[in-house]
Design a protein. Structure first.
Length: 234
């Protein structure tokens, strides 16, 4: 996270807004299991240590960006429904956001109380989704767009009457790639964690990092890239 902050500073730009999107699974699971249970996860922190570490580190990270003064506004959004953290991740993020709002009154936070949530920035719309939920989905949305997934996302867009450049972001696969459809951009985002054994065995080798956009609010320009924390060989 310190490296990410340094990278933002080294861009030497003044931004109107910096928006942080938390895409679920801020915790790795309760009692060493995902929300569905059934297998033990390799963890080096117990439940209390995970929650405490997450809140304290994110307090420092968000507060550090706020104090830099490189943007006029700072906003933080989080989506519910991670299949690892479930209600524990929701509660921990809720506590974090209450602290952020009290410590930095000009910092806007929103914790979506559902699997998908969206917000607008200029004429752009961002839809956030972890990739699967912990109640009804056995398999998550795929790495590459397919007909079924496109229809589900399009139904969401039509129901909420969304328009303009629309970006659909998800983080469950811990890897970066982008597809485009007629109505929206479909983007898998990197994870600070990197890739788990399950992801590497079922999808691909992953690199820890952060995916980001730099956008122009008044048109459809999106500069999209990643901050890589290390390569797989390292």
């Amino acid at each position: 996270l310190k490296y990410i902050i340094d990278t933002v500073v080294n861009l030497n730009e003044d931004f109107d807004e910096i928006i942080i999107n938390l895409l679920g699974d801020q915790l790795d699971g309760m009692n060493q299991q995902t929300t569905r249970g059934g297998h033990i996860l390799p963890q080096n922190l117990d439940d209390k240590e995970q929650i405490h570490s997450y809140i304290e580190i994110m307090k420092w990270f968000i507060g550090s960006i706020y104090k830099l003064g490189v943007a006029n506004n700072l906003k933080v959004y989080s989506v519910d429904g991670g299949n690892h953290d479930g209600i524990a991740g929701f509660a921990a993020t809720l506590a974090l956001f209450h602290y952020i709002e009290a410590a930095y009154p000009n910092c806007q936070t929103e914790l979506f109380n559902r699997n998908m949530g969206h917000y607008s920035v200029g004429n752009h719309t961002y839809i956030l989704f972890h990739g699967k939920n912990f109640k009804t989905m056995k398999h998550g949305y795929p790495k590459y767009m397919d007909v079924k997934t496109e229809k589900l996302i399009t139904n969401y867009i039509d129901y909420h009457k969304l328009s303009g450049p629309i970006s659909f972001l998800k983080g469950d696969l811990h890897m970066a790639n982008t597809d485009y459809t007629k109505k929206f951009r479909y983007r898998n985002c990197l994870s600070l964690f990197g890739a788990s054994e399950w992801i590497m065995d079922n999808y691909d080798i992953g690199t820890p990092g952060v995916s980001f956009d730099i956008i122009d609010k008044s048109n459809n320009i999106i500069m999209s890239s990643e901050i890589l924390l290390k390569t797989y060989e390292e």
